[in-house]
Design a protein around this ligand. Structure first.
Ligand code: MRU
Length: 363
């Protein structure tokens, strides 16, 4: 990898600002091709989120943050009222790009509120635009730091020599860098725990096979790629010590929405007495949602299921149902690992306190 693509010697960058544009690694092409694409308009960034050039809840949040900054940069207006109207419109466009990851609307709300506050304080259009860009860059740095903290907390519950079953991609590519569940894997590996990872391929878009395997191999973290349906056998054979995945949204009661198949893993883990953790930044927790049934589940194109790398694998005109996420009820989770520590049941209480601590409102 060339240095501008790297976060560290072995960790790829996901999204960054350079030469007046937002740059992203095109995750649809990985691991065969490492291609960088750039954007300087909101529509382009929204499309990149929708088509999964950039994916993973925190990375989507980072893309949305840059989207808001880009909207302000590109705004030719002289008065702040029109700038704020443009930013509200940008927020609507970005929020509609993908429905499940709450990090998206969390980021756009935060940036819109910042612009409104600055405008209220009498800032000029160019000052607001400059401040939003600086905030987007800070957002990326902050996400990496949060992930590293989550990794340190999570590594404490990973046993020496553990076999970890991991779903989807929750690594550097799914965040601004380092990762959520894969951040815990990284931290445990660096702590000398001699871990091994079972990497679920993660049908239908193969984020595990294409992205997680690539990231782990770059860092020489021991792993094997397995088909999603191998998890039951592996657990029954005593080959899994802990299950880790991320989440796109967490309800107040601890129900989590994550990549389709996470629910199956959590039930299997409980049946076999194996701990199962979701690893999330507190920005993924949505305290206003009572439970997981209220989380919107994205449905994606039939093409993702009926074709593999563009090659048809099902009868022509087959009917397909393709939900991209599922809900794991909180009773199947051992804990939820956040940057503020590990939340245990009852999750209503522990998640609330973690969120308040992250906002500096709880001791
Ligand atoms: O459809 P994707 O690839 O965006 O789904 C990503 C996941 O399901 C991740 O597990 C999730 O975003 C949380 S980890 C960063």
């Amino acid at each position: 990898m060339t240095p501008d693509l790297q976060l560290s010697m072995t960790t790829p960058r996901t999204i960054w600002w350079a030469d007046g544009k937002v740059h992203m690694i095109d995750q649809r092409q990985l691991p065969q091709t490492v291609e960088i694409v750039d954007f300087d308009d909101v529509q382009g960034i929204a499309l990149a989120i929708n088509e999964m050039v950039v994916r993973g809840a925190p990375a989507i949040g980072a893309a949305a943050a840059f989207g808001m900054a880009v909207a302000a940069q590109g705004s030719p207006v002289a008065d702040t009222a029109t700038l704020l109207a443009d930013l509200r419109q940008a927020k609507t466009v970005l929020d509609a790009a993908r429905p499940t990851a709450v990090n998206l609307s969390w980021a756009t709300s935060r940036f819109l509120q910042m612009a409104e506050r600055l405008a209220g304080d009498g800032a000029m259009v160019n000052e607001i635009a400059k401040a939003l860009l600086a905030e987007a860059e800070a957002f990326v740095a902050q996400d990496i730091e949060i992930n590293q903290r989550m990794g340190r907390h999570g590594a404490e519950v990973i046993p020496q020599g553990a076999n970890i079953l991991h779903h989807c991609n929750t690594g550097s590519l799914a965040t601004a860098g380092y990762g959520t569940a894969l951040g815990v894997v990284r931290a445990a590996h660096v702590a000398g725990k001699h871990i091994h990872v079972w990497v679920d391929e993660t049908r239908p878009r193969l984020q595990g096979a294409r992205l997680t395997a690539w990231e782990l191999m770059l860092e020489d973290i021991p792993m094997h790629l397995v088909v999603d349906s191998a998890s039951g056998l592996l657990m029954r054979q005593g080959k899994v010590d802990v299950v880790l995945f991320g989440a796109d949204r967490v309800a107040a009661n601890g129900d989590v929405a994550n990549k389709i198949g996470s629910y199956n893993l959590a039930i299997l883990a409980q049946e076999h007495g194996i701990p199962c953790y979701a690893v999330v930044p507190t920005s993924t927790i949505e305290p206003t949602l009572a439970d997981g049934d209220q989380i919107p589940i994205e449905e994606r194109s039939w093409l993702e299921v009926a074709t593999l790398a563009g090659v048809p694998v099902a009868p022509n005109d087959v009917l397909v149902y393709n939900p991209a996420f599922d809900i794991t009820p909180h009773r199947y989770l051992t804990g939820i690992i956040t940057e503020e520590g590990i939340c245990y049941p009852p999750f209503e209480q522990s998640l609330k306190h973690a969120k308040l601590r992250a906002e500096g409102r709880d001791s």
